[in-house]
Design a protein around this ligand. Structure first.
Ligand code: AP5
Ligand code: MG
Length: 209
């Protein structure tokens, strides 16, 4: 099953992808995670995109499209995949349509006030990839990952100025994908406001092939 998770920053795309990926034995492919890993490892890609991610702008389409095309050529997508954070522009969506087919586009619907609360309270563990929230999903020991014990950090782009820019970028460049995929008959809206468990449970019945 080939899925796209579409939605504004902080809607819970990564959180829900991590919760359901094993149920369908499909990998969670987050372009944001790939870029952050490249930055952490100081690869040429990481050096190229670091300041773009910090500001909340989008990485140029050519770079992102090539990266996803290569990732979707890997053997682990035999049962499908969850694409989280890609496509984010109409050119990316058109390119994607040339090298794969999509079964469903899940559109995470949430208001701006909730987004800001979620992003300002988010903390992440870089090595385990786990996502926490100071209030909604705190770790057992404050400030440290339950799985690896590593210190939790705040993403650079979760600081206020970058959040405002990301929301703006989303409205201008990514929200038009809602109409694009709706016209293709692929879009399924999901209410992303309830707890992660409720959101994940409401998603499963939509995914009938
Ligand atoms: P990316 O990493 O994709 O960031 P994003 O889209 O801004 O989304 P987030 O990761 O911020 O939010 P999320 O929806 O995954 O929410 P989460 O589950 O963490 O991209 C980062 C950057 O990379 C971009 O700005 C751009 O520069 C670049 N990039 C990436 N893809 C690109 C592309 N295709 N083209 C060009 N550039 C690209 O949850 C958020 C918080 O809320 C957490 O604290 C979580 O615990 C909490 N939470 C989650 N769900 C719930 C719930 N149901 N109830 C209560 N709390 C919840
Ligand atoms: Mg994410």
């Amino acid at each position: 099953m080939n899925l796209i998770f579409l939605g504004p920053p902080g809607a819970g795309k990564g959180t829900i992808a991590i919760m359901i990926k094993d149920r369908f034995s499909i990998p969670h492919i987050s372009t944001g995670d790939i870029f952050r890993a490249a930055i952490k490892n100081e690869t040429p890609l990481g050096k190229q995109v670091k300041s773009i991610l910090t500001s909340g702008d989008l990485v140029p389409d050519e770079i992102t499209i090539k990266l996803v095309e290569e990732r979707l050529a890997c053997d682990d997508i035999v049962n499908g995949y969850i694409l989280d954070g890609f496509p984010r522009t109409i050119p990316q969506a058109k390119a994607l349509g040339n090298f794969t087919h999509i079964d469903y586009v899940i559109n995470f619907v949430i208001n701006r006030e909730s987004i800001i609360k979620r992003l300002s309270g988010r903390r992440i563990a870089k090595d385990s990839g786990k996502i926490y929230h100071l209030v909604n999903n705190p770790p057992k020991r404050e400030g440290f990952c339950d799985e690896t014990g590593e210190p939790l950090i705040q993403r650079d782009d979760d600081k206020e100025e970058a959040v405002i820019n990301r929301l703006d970028v989303y409205e201008k460049q990514t929200a038009p994908l809602i109409d694009y995929y709706s016209t293709m008959g692929l879009l399924q809206d999901i209410d992303a406001a309830p707890s992660p468990k409720v959101v994940a449970d409401s998603l499963i019945p939509l995914l009938k092939l």
